[in-house]
Design a protein around this ligand. Sequence first.
Ligand SMILES: Cc1cc2nc3c(=O)[nH]c(=O)nc-3n(C[C@H](O)[C@H](O)[C@H](O)COP(=O)(O)OP(=O)(O)OC[C@H]3O[C@@H](n4cnc5c(N)ncnc54)[C@H](O)[C@@H]3O)c2cc1C
Length: 305
Amino acid sequence: MEAISKNFFLYLSNNKVLDRLAKRFGTNFGADKIVGGETISQAMPIIQKLNHEGLHVTVDHLGEFVASEEEARQRTEECMHSIQAIATHGAQSEVSLKLTSLGLDISRDIVIEHMHRILQEAAKYDITVTIDMEDSSRCGQTLDIYKELKAQYPNLGTVVQSYLYRSDQDLDELSPLDPYLRLVKGAYKESGKVAFPEKRLVDDNLKHLIKKNLLNGHYTAIASHDDAIIDFTKQLVQENNIPNDRFEFQMLYGMRNETQAQLAKEGYKVRVYLPYGEDWYGYFMRRLAERPANIAFALRGIFSK
Ligand SMILES: Cc1cc2nc3c(=O)[nH]c(=O)nc-3n(C[C@H](O)[C@H](O)[C@H](O)COP(=O)(O)OP(=O)(O)OC[C@H]3O[C@@H](n4cnc5c(N)ncnc54)[C@H](O)[C@@H]3O)c2cc1C
């Protein structure tokens, strides 16, 4: 049953008609519980509230299915605008982005040009930018672009997904760059040709990657809501005397709020991934796919309006 609902919501996440409808109706379908509004101005009070509670943030201007150069340029402007807003408000926030939203499916040159503009703006204010990882067909290109840009911009991170067979080798290849990596299980529908089909193996591989990256001395973001992963990390850092300023936990906005607060109280750095924007549909559907309990959560959101 769980597998069916997962596949169903991952299938819906790619539906462009529903995506258009969602844009028309706004975030009223329970999405506002996990999305920080449609503009950076709406997201800013949420960022400030999280900061006030001792939590760090990374904001992501939601955007997928970008098909024109003009749209990719607008997304670039929006990223730069969010960087300026973070700096103006003195907020504790990084920025996350997806290369497809900057034109990856149109041309590599366009993405590189847009990334230079964003990274130069971010460097002015010492704000870190993380490139989210999308589906496996874009993984190689994304990591190549990361490697090219990281040499020039130290404040650049990216994501490695433990469901992919290739990730162990990717960690080896990224290691000489002293990368800032967010390690996750992976959120897309992938075939058994490229990804572990069994959840147990995905979980084991995430533990393996966390251990390897931390013991290699690289700053690591552990992005998971899973207690088993969080407990594993706590034990690992204790056994290996890894100080708290060498890693952070990351969770999505609206997920496991009590755990986020508890970890911060215990002295761990916790970063909340806060998406905002009109294009919330694909993100929302992937979260429903991950956890059936989120469906009840979303339905309560709709009916309590
Ligand atoms: C900050 C952040 C950034 C991410 N960036 C990317 C990215 O760039 N690319 C990408 O592919 N994926 C990304 N992901 C998504 C990630 O790949 C997983 O799909 C997602 O985090 C679900 O896996 P999990 O480890 O959280 O727990 P799961 O494996 O989904 O769940 C394991 C257990 O954790 C507990 N749990 C999980 N969720 C909840 C909840 N909401 N409330 C209570 N308990 C819960 C339950 O006990 C559950 O059985 C990101 C995730 C986070 C947190």
